[in-house]
Ligand binder design. Structure first.
Ligand code: HEC
Length: 120
């Protein structure tokens, strides 16, 4: 009996933590991306920019998973605010990234906002 109770509590907690994850995502696998729902107006421009710039070499799934799990999916490195900045610069420096510093800065600020929302 006790074991079922523990299991029930566990399931409720897991359910809560998923429901509480603030970042809205649409699609699965290669089609997975951040939802535009609830993005404050101040971030709209950066959001549109990210949707174009950050899917040039890989799908958005990579970035979504990094934000959701707090880990960069390829290297397994922590994906926190400090790391976001470093990744922004790393992506910027890649050949043919087709992004400038301002665009990277805007996207880094947006990703920091996502990290904050996700940790609420
Ligand atoms: C020019 C190609 C290119 C562009 C543009 C690009 N990426 Fe990447 N990205 C890569 C490659 C290649 C990797 C594989 C791992 C590595 O080299 O860091 C990667 C890996 C990643 C990872 C996983 C890193 C890890 O260590 O697991 C994240 C997160 C990521 N990119 C986010 C972004 C974001 C956000 C943008 C837009 C600002 C972006 N990428 C734009 C090429 C690109």
């Amino acid at each position: 009996m006790k074991r079922y109770l523990v299991l029930a509590v566990y399931l409720i907690l897991v359910g809560y933590s998923i429901a509480e994850a603030r970042i809205k995502v649409t699609g699965r696998g290669d089609k997975m991306t951040f939802s535009a729902d609830g993005i404050p107006d101040t971030y709209k421009q950066s959001f549109d920019l990210m949707l174009v710039k950050c899917i040039k070499c890989h799908t958005m799934e990579r970035t979504v998973i990094a934000v959701q799990t707090g880990r960069a999916p390829i290297t397994g490195q922590p994906f926190n605010k400090q790391a976001v900045k470093a990744y922004g610069i790393k992506m910027l420096r890649k050949p043919d990234s087709n992004m400038n510093k301002k665009e990277i800065r805007d996207i880094v600020v947006l990703l920091n906002y996502f990290l904050d929302e996700n940790s609420k």
